[in-house]
Write a protein that binds this ligand. Structure first.
Ligand code: NAP
Length: 278
């Protein structure tokens, strides 16, 4: 079968910077699968038509990144639980007989990276989640499923954090605080799921919310993770207990890849390759 018959893509706006083509190609080479994986830059107004056109022309799977994850969820005709919980999709798959299925691999990718790659057993820990966007929603559910003792969510717009906690519906374990209401609390794990590292802004959080046993994890990676890392280390997190989201990126891609190809790639060599650059 020709490579053209196995057509995949990632949609975003902008999208030229995306590592997804490189990651999926590396997985495919590892497993002897031939595919093409392209980037498709679609402005929000064009996204729906671009996705439908892609699948009409034989596309077998699409990843979706900013700013289209909510639109991807909305256009689907079927949604997995992971997508429904996040209210956002990063993986679209055409259904036999027509229609498009929305799935979300951000939560599973995050948990696999922090537990399996970095050896952090989430069970029994007190976690703080910064942010309440699509990625935060996926990560919140994943942290709960992975067995954290408590999950505290704070967000610049507090109502969005409340929405996540309400949807989870376990007030004894999962609750919200105001961004400036964390004084006196201390967490084993602080996860940054805001886009501050990309869009700019400060982590004006009390230093006392972490100690030297705490782990800090930023969904961003590379230069975009520098601000949160700087705050975390200044607050007392050991530098080697800071993790960025590069591993999550690779793991969420592997989850999508497995869904489409029925085989799970070995993510370690791909992660190691990318780590040299970020
Ligand atoms: P999103 O839906 O746009 O959410 C952005 C979040 O950041 C919101 O909670 C927003 O708060 C908050 N925020 C933005 N600017 C802020 C500021 N100046 N101060 C405080 N809070 C601020 O984005 P997303 O899709 O959830 O993604 C969040 C981040 O995770 C992005 O940087 C993305 O690149 C990263 N990510 C990484 C991976 C990976 O695989 N490593 C996967 C997914 C996402 P409001 O609600 O108040 O606006």
């Amino acid at each position: 079968m020709s490579a053209e018959a196995h057509r995949f893509a990632v949609f975003g706006h902008p999208i030229a910077h995306s590592l997804s083509p490189e990651i999926h190609q590396a997985f495919a080479e590892q497993l002897g699968i031939r595919l093409s994986y392209e980037t498709i830059d679609a402005a929000p107004a064009d996204f729906d038509a671009a996705v439908r056109g892609f699948f009409r022309d034989g596309g077998l799977g699409a990843n979706v990144t900013l700013p289209h994850k909510n639109a991807a969820f909305a256009l689907a005709t079927a949604r997995t639980d992971a997508a429904t919980r996040a209210g956002a999709a990063n993986t679209l798959t055409p259904l036999v007989g027509g229609g498009i299925q929305a799935h979300n691999t951000d939560g599973s990718g995050f948990v696999r990276d922090i537990t399996e790659r970095h050896g952090f057993d989430l069970r029994g820990h007190d976690a703080l989640l910064l942010g309440a966007g699509g990625a935060a929603k996926a990560v919140a559910w994943a942290l709960m499923d992975a067995g954290v003792k408590t999950l505290t969510i704070v967000n610049r717009t507090p109502e969005r954090a409340d929405e996540i906690a309400d949807a989870i519906g376990e007030p004894a374990r999962c609750h919200t605080r105001y961004w400036d209401g964390l004084e006196g609390e201390c967490f084993d794990l602080v996860v940054n799921a805001t886009s501050i590292g990309v869009t700019g802004g400060d982590f004006d959080l009390p230093m006392s919310i972490v100690q030297d046993h705490s782990t800090a994890y930023d969904l961003c990676y590379g230069a975009a993770a520098a601000g949160f890392k700087g705050w975390a280390v200044a607050a007392g997190v050991r530098p080697d207990w800071f993790r960025d989201g590069l591993g999550m990126l690779v793991e969420q891609a592997a989850d999508a890849f497995e869904r489409w190809h029925g085989q799970r790639p070995d993510t370690d060599p791909v992660y190691a390759q990318l780590r040299q650059r970020f």
